[in-house]
Design a protein around this ligand. Structure first.
Ligand SMILES: Cc1cc2nc3c(=O)[nH]c(=O)nc-3n(C[C@H](O)[C@H](O)[C@H](O)COP(=O)(O)OP(=O)(O)OC[C@H]3O[C@@H](n4cnc5c(N)ncnc54)[C@H](O)[C@@H]3O)c2cc1C
Length: 637
């Protein structure tokens, strides 16, 4: 299949306006004749459901949690970018566009990123109108702070709870439509498969997580907003329920998966502290506005931080990257932390940590000012570690946080299956090989509030739909396959818990497909994953039955998908013989240990299609054409 990104013609700055004009429209009175399924109620799904219902479509919205408000988006801390230039520092749509393309190491589509930067400003207006309580400066104007990979302050925030406040905004808009009867809300439903009829996405199969009942739902289009797959690593900062299953099932039904190996390892997380830990905690990047990262100069220095004098500390980011200092992008900061620890300069019990020190900021601005900006984050850190970060530097280490890869989508956010749209973290679209901080919230809301309302109309207006109902064969067959799989999981009757398998899978991925990769390790990981997967289907134990609330069964289904998907990540990492952003193959690095791209051979999106069980996936290439930005070696010095 030829991958056509459907990028509109014309100058970059005019593409979106022109495209919106050229898209066919659905008459307002006709919109009520069309049903749309939205899976997911994070920022992308919440915004999409509310906006589509507001337009008049009949929307059915699904989520795993008991309330849409519990989507993983609620955890987002630091902020959301927009090119408002309120700080008068010289920001612009062009600068946000350029920073994002460069931050992603030139592996994202120019047209999508430019549109994202354009829309960023509308998002802030929309959220303010909804009552999102963004921080304000002393004059009452919206305040901004800095995030990595930018030399302007363009991040809007609500303390360390930006995701929560934005999600409450989207949730209010969604619930208004529920009240008006335009959105039918289905909480506690897990999508188990996608129904494709006559080549079009026409519905989904879900399991009611309370009663265990399998349900089918039909519509004219399906919008997946099911978030990222970082939990393939077991330990990550993602919510426990975050998974790849919906995307992976769509992949198996014909949607291409793009750049699955592009994972973001966030530099500022609370370090791993034990074997039985199941979750990692992010310390927002916003902390690097005021916190200074350092390690002792001497390897193996076991003194407490207070005992190490200033001239025996190495503020390695500040010295190595004087222009961006502690606010280098995440991939760069993470790799440098690993490098310091590999040199024996790590701190804390495990020696897999570096300091994030606020002493200077507190001295300069006062404790109260720091508390105002980051109070809840400091409190969270103290609760988890038992140490007071106002007195002792935080200890941080990189952890899996976000996935840039996802289902391939064209400029309209439509996948390779007609009528299947993918939004938010679940698609691959805008961040290339490394996402800049505060850009995921921006993308999720851009997709949901401002892109899909137009592009889905364009699809519906030009498509003829045959009649399908849940009695159509495609629905019955797909539902039967979902039930068979559940039965298979319940009948394994082995001895090892699903979590145990998941933990081992995560360790393999972290060791061989994590912050640094090499071909030998990746080959080895592939074999290990295949062996582990075989053992899973022989020896996993899934207690309980399928007629009830059964979280072990839920987890088993998700881990079974991770077992297959992990191999696709490794295949993708092996195919990309270069380093770029978060994909760091040790064989390809500059003399200064930075990622070394190969633009001649790898300036493309790698999209994979499923060819059948236990068969090699097929590779498809979408060349990336840069007409407005010069491809350079990324430098933050
Ligand atoms: C700790 C943390 C802090 C972050 N802070 C920031 C920040 O400050 N700024 C920023 O820009 N980004 C941040 N991010 C990233 C950002 O939060 C996410 O990328 C973004 O919220 C994802 O939104 P989403 O709508 O795509 O998906 P999610 O919010 O993950 O929502 C996924 C939805 O899909 C549903 N779902 C999933 N699978 C199924 C299924 N099979 N069936 C039914 N429903 C399903 C879930 O129930 C949920 O409703 C942070 C991430 C983390 C982990």
């Amino acid at each position: 299949m030829q991958l056509d990104a459907k990028i509109p013609a014309g100058p970059l700055a005019q593409k979106w306006d022109r495209h919106r004009f050229e898209l066919k429209l659905v008459n307002p009175a006709n919109k009520r004749k069309f049903d749309i399924i939205v899976v997911g109620t994070g920022l992308a799904g919440g915004a999409a459901s509310a906006s589509l219902a507001e337009l008049g479509y009949n929307v059915k919205t699904f989520c795993i949690q008991d309330s849409p408000r519990r989507a993983h988006s609620i955890a987002a801390q630091g902020g959301i970018n927009a090119a408002k230039n309120y700080t008068n520092e010289g920001d612009s749509i062009w600068r946000l566009f350029y920073d994002t393309v460069k931050g992603g190491d030139f592996r994202a589509r120019e047209a999508n990123v430019y549109r994202l930067a354009q829309i960023s400003n509308n998002i802030i207006d929309q959220c303010v109108a909804q009552g999102v309580p963004f921080a304000r400066d002393y004059g009452g104007l919206l305040a901004n702070r800095s995030f990595g990979g930018a030399q302007v302050s363009r991040t809007f925030y609500a303390r360390g709870q930006t995701g929560q406040q934005l999600l409450l905004g989207a949730y209010s808009a969604l619930m208004r439509q529920v009240g008006l009867g335009k959105v039918q809300m289905f909480p506690r439903r897990e999508m188990l498969d996608l129904v494709v009829a006559n080549g079009q996405a026409r519905g989904i199969v879900v399991r009611n997580l309370i009663t265990g009942q399998i349900e089918t739902h039909a519509a004219h289009a399906v919008v997946l907003c099911t978030g990222g797959y970082g939990n393939v690593f077991f330990l990550s900062t993602n919510a426990m329920a975050s998974n790849v299953s919906a995307s992976f099932k769509a992949y198996k039904r014909g949607a291409y998966f793009a750049n699955p190996c592009f994972t973001q390892i966030h530099p500022t997380c609370i370090p791993v502290h034990g074997t039985y830990q199941s979750k990692l905690t992010l310390m927002s990047e916003s902390l690097r506005n005021d916190g200074r990262v350092w390690v002792p100069q001497k390897p193996g220095d076991n003194r407490s931080p207070q005992q190490i004098p200033e001239d025996e500390r190495d503020y390695y980011l500040e010295s190595k990257y004087p222009s961006f200092g502690n606010l280098v992008p995440r991939d760069v900061a993470s790799r440098n932390a690993k490098e310091q620890c590999d040199m024996g300069k790590g701190v804390g019990e495990t020696k897999l940590a570096v300091y994030l020190d606020f002493a200077d900021a507190i001295k300069r601005d006062g404790r109260e000012a720091i508390e105002r900006k980051y109070g809840n984050l400091f409190q969270m850190y103290e609760k988890i570690t038992g140490e007071d970060p106002y007195e002792t530097p935080m200890m941080i280490y990189p952890a899996v946080h976000y996935t840039m890869g996802g289902l391939w989508v064209d400029y309209n956010l439509m996948s390779t299956i007609d009528g299947l749209f993918v939004l938010g973290e679940a698609n691959f679209s805008d961040h290339g090989a490394n996402r800049l901080g505060a850009s995921a919230l921006m993308q999720g809301l851009a997709d949901g509030y401002f892109v899909i309302p137009y592009t889905i109309g364009g699809y519906i207006a030009r498509t003829s739909f045959g009649s399908v109902t849940p009695d159509t064969a495609a629905f019955k067959d797909t539902a039967r396959e979902a039930s068979d799989r559940i039965e298979k999981l319940l009948s394994i009757n082995g001895k090892r818990t699903v979590d145990d398998f998941h933990r081992q899978l995560g360790q393999i991925m972290w060791d061989y497909c994590g912050m640094a990769r090499n071909n030998q390790g990746l080959e080895k990981a592939r074999g290990m994953i295949q062996e582990l997967r075989a053992e899973f289907w022989q020896n996993a134990v899934v207690p309980g039955d399928d007629k009830d609330f059964n979280q072990s069964l839920e987890r088993a289904g998700r881990v079974a998908d991770f077992m297959e998907f992990a191999e696709l990540m490794v295949i993708d990492a092996l195919a990309r013989q270069e380093s770029c952003g978060g994909h760091f193959n040790e064989a390809y690095q500059t003399e200064e240990n930075e990622a070394k791209r190969d633009d001649e051979n790898f300036c493309h999106v790698a999209a994979w299609s499923h060819t059948g069980p236990d068969k090699e996936p097929e590779f498809h290439k979408e060349p990336l054409i840069f007409e407005n930005v010069e491809l350079t070696q990324r430098s933050y010095k």
